[in-house]
Design a protein around this ligand. Structure first.
Ligand SMILES: Cc1ncc(COP(=O)(O)O)c(C=O)c1O
Length: 444
């Protein structure tokens, strides 16, 4: 493709030199695929150390919600840093309390909400699991195949989107039983409505045979599955899960680490289904890239644990709280609406591409949480795994940062500030990359 913003072969000389130095000192465990070495960014654009310009439709794994280096966020960070950088969660400060108040006002819950602050998604999930055990005095949990909740030992016990994430780490936290996530495009259970089929399986099979319902503390679910393939569950599934939890005294934890803070066009993805969880976990988009994770619970649950039961050193870091408050201003002030509007246009244009490219088996998502599943042919729906990797690789060489998920799904998760013009540019790069990957395959 003719991509004028890419000036050097990739990686360019400066990126190559950095990668070589890095290989000597950085853990090889990071799942890095394309050699992008960042210099700086603005909005949805990023530049590498050789001056090549890319469109960023990965947003640091759905993190940079307000785009790169938003001036309001940068100012909030600078102002906070100039006052104090850290005080620890043993003390109080205005920013943390204000962020708690702000999130409580947004909480999709039946009761007033309270927050526990940490640094990452996985830490928010760990806090949710510990609170659920504490509050219910029950030992077991239910999770979903294809789920991703983090890589610490509690969260990892649920993570099941790729077996490489599990290999040689067992035993993780005991007591977790996985059930299929209802995937309308790839049904795992018999029956038309996969949501109903999964709920029946939990109730009629699991609870009767191996998992006593009254020993289950919580169900941990992504309201739309992220790493597992950007899957939107069928309507009614989350409400059915809420009902099942209510009937058995089980807590419902919605992991909104990837879906939350406006990305799907609503503040939380569970709101699309009108479902009120007991606990919500957040991270990623909440502070535009500053490391923060939040576990929010309805008061009746959070008040169950006493002083000293759970804590940390960095929770409520003042710079992260300031970045989160500035991010929420921007998301509520227009970027969430932009995600809904531009996301709708984006999906329509992808469906248009689907009508011209037989490899595009499915286009799905909400807002700017969009997955395009590539298949060998539409009849068999066999996942086109190599093609998917090749498309993401070609897109990088053409100046578009993308990530994959599931087995063969390309995910589009640009900053929420993305414009229609940037979506058109990304679509042209994506289509060109798909054509190149197909031609390369044909030539072999
Ligand atoms: C739904 C979900 N939960 C938890 C996590 C873990 O977050 P972190 O990488 O910040 O630990 C992720 C990360 O991708 C995620 O997508």
């Amino acid at each position: 493709m003719n991509t004028p913003h890419i000036r050097t072969p990739l990686p360019g000389p400066a990126a190559q030199a950095l990668l070589a130095r890095d290989a000597a000192v950085t853990s090889p465990s990071y799942p890095r695929e394309n050699p992008f070495a960042m210099s700086h960014g603005r909005g949805c654009e990023v530049w590498d150390v050789d001056g090549n310009r890319f469109l960023d439709f990965a947003a640091g794994i759905a993190v940079c919600s307000t785009g790169h280096a938003h001036p309001d966020v940068v100012r909030a960070i600078q102002d906070a840093a100039a006052k104090f950088i850290h005080i620890s969660s043993d003390y109080w400060h205005e920013g943390q309390t204000r962020l708690g108040e702000r999130l409580a006002a947004l909480a999709p819950m039946r009761e007033p909400a309270m927050c526990f602050f940490g640094q990452s998604g996985t830490e928010a999930v760990e806090a949710a699991l510990k609170l659920a055990r504490y509050a219910t005095r029950r030992p077991r949990f239910i999770g979903f195949l294809g789920g991703f909740h983090g890589r610490t030992m509690g969260a990892l016990a649920f993570t099941s989107s790729k077996s490489t994430q599990q290999k040689r780490f067992a035993p993780t936290m005991p007591g977790v039983t996985h059930v299929p996530y209802p995937n309308p495009y790839r049904p795992l259970l018999a029956g038309g409505d996969q949501g109903r089929a999964v709920l029946d399986y939990v109730e009629e099979v699991l609870f009767r045979t191996s998992v006593p319902a009254d020993e289950v503390a919580a169900v941990l679910v992504e309201p739309m599955q992220g790493e597992g393939g950007y899957v939107v569950p069928p309507p009614g599934f989350l409400a059915g899960l809420r009902d099942l939890c209510d009937r058995h005294g089980i807590l419902l934890i919605c992991d909104e680490v990837q879906t939350g803070i406006g990305r799907t066009g609503r503040m939380f993805a569970c709101e699309h289904e009108g479902v009120q969880p007991d606990i919500v976990t957040m991270a990623k988009g909440i502070a535009s890239g500053m490391p923060i994770g939040v576990m929010m619970a309805r008061r009746g649950v959070m008040e169950a644990w006493p002083r000293g039961a759970h804590g940390n050193t960095y929770g409520g870091n003042p710079i992260c709280c300031a970045a989160a408050l500035a991010t929420l201003d921007l998301v509520e002030g227009g970027y969430m609406a932009n995600a809904a509007r531009v996301g709708g246009i984006f999906m329509d244009r992808l469906r248009d591409l689907q009508s011209r490219h037989p490899e595009i088996g499915d286009v799905r998502g909400r807002g700017l949480f969009i997955g395009v599943e590539l298949v060998e042919d539409r009849q068999s729906r066999a996942p086109a795994v190599e093609l998917c990797d090749a498309v993401v690789g070609r897109a990088f060489h053409n100046g578009l940062l993308l990530l994959s998920c599931g087995r063969s799904t390309v995910r589009f998760m640009p900053p929420l500030v993305v414009s229609e013009a940037e979506v058109d540019e990304a679509l042209a790069l994506f289509e060109g990359s798909l054509n190149e990957a197909r031609e390369a395959r044909g030539a072999r």
